[in-house]
Write a new protein. Structure first.
Length: 288
């Protein structure tokens, strides 16, 4: 400790690298919190945005390292940012500091980076995901909350058409799906509803309806969710929608009525039991 303090007080060049390309700063980081905080308190000439041999800046190294507590990391990272460390530096793997903070599931570091203008809509090319999608994959609810509250794009779609909403709709992530629904039901348009119905996800539809989804939302062809349910031959979803107030008098742009759709997609395909059940439900609704 005395030797380190002597070197710091006598102006050791922390940016100098040895024959292996390892800088004095890298060595200080590996020595631990006490040594590194001492260095930072005495030195304002550190090159903080020059990557090491692994393509990492000190900020990224600190986030990834396992020998510091979260409190120690937060203190050092706050100091690095104040001294000019780039919170949006991209390493040679295509990851930003925020990506690593989420990977480490460190809520405090994520919060600190975002408050210092980290790009929360950065696209991780190697994963074909947005930052938010990555957090959803890891099922980190508190981090998801922070990202959305600070403006993460819920509607971004990657090259395969996947979005945060689609990821959250996967089985096992119902709590995340419900959070996205409660945050803004307007993100769930007719296309999303159609996908949910085509995938036979009555459980998701129930969450949407319970959170005031317009059960009669229409697409450009005047098709409602009830129409989608007929076209996808989902009798349980058809029954649920009718029992929960779906418009049984709707006609789409092709002029098809609900009764005609019932006949077309159930009776003509031999699903006579489903056809009769739905026909009776429609008759019952007509009487009320």
């Amino acid at each position: 400790m005395e030797t380190i303090e002597y070197l710091v007080n006598n102006g050791v060049d922390v940016n100098c690298k040895n024959k292996l390309g390892i800088s004095n700063l890298d060595l200080f980081i590996s020595e631990g919190y006490t040594f590194l905080s001492l260095l930072l308190s005495y030195n304002n000439n550190i090159l903080l945005n020059i990557p090491n041999l692994q393509g990492e800046t000190p900020l990224i190294t600190l986030i990834k390292i396992n020998t510091y507590t979260d409190e120690e990391k937060e203190d050092i990272i706050d100091c690095l940012i104040k001294k000019g460390s780039d919170v949006n530096f991209i390493d040679n793997l295509g990851n930003s500091p925020l990506v690593y903070a989420i990977q480490k599931k460190s809520l405090s570091i994520v919060n600190l980076l975002i408050k210092n203008e980290a790009n929360l809509n950065y696209i991780i090319k190697s994963r074909n995901q947005s930052i938010l999608m990555y957090a959803i994959e890891l099922e980190e609810m508190e981090i998801i909350h922070i990202l959305i509250e600070y403006g993460a794009d819920i509607n971004f779609k990657n090259s395969e058409g996947d979005s945060a909403i689609k990821m959250a709709s996967q089985k096992g992530k119902l709590d995340i799906f419900e959070y996205l629904v409660k945050y803004d039901i307007n993100n769930f348009n007719s296309q999303v509803i159609n996908e949910i119905i085509s995938e036979e996800r009555l459980d998701l539809l129930i969450i949407l309806v319970n959170n005031h989804l317009d059960i009669n939302i229409k697409d450009e062809n005047e098709n409602t969710p009830l129409v989608y349910a007929f076209k996808n031959r989902q009798p349980d979803i058809v029954k649920y929608l009718i029992e929960n107030g779906a418009d049984i008098y709707n006609k789409n742009k092709q002029g098809e009525t609900i009764e005609q759709l019932n006949y077309k997609y159930f009776y003509e395909f031999g699903w006579h039991k489903s056809y009769n059940t739905i026909h009776n439900l429609i008759k019952k609704r007509n009487k009320t």
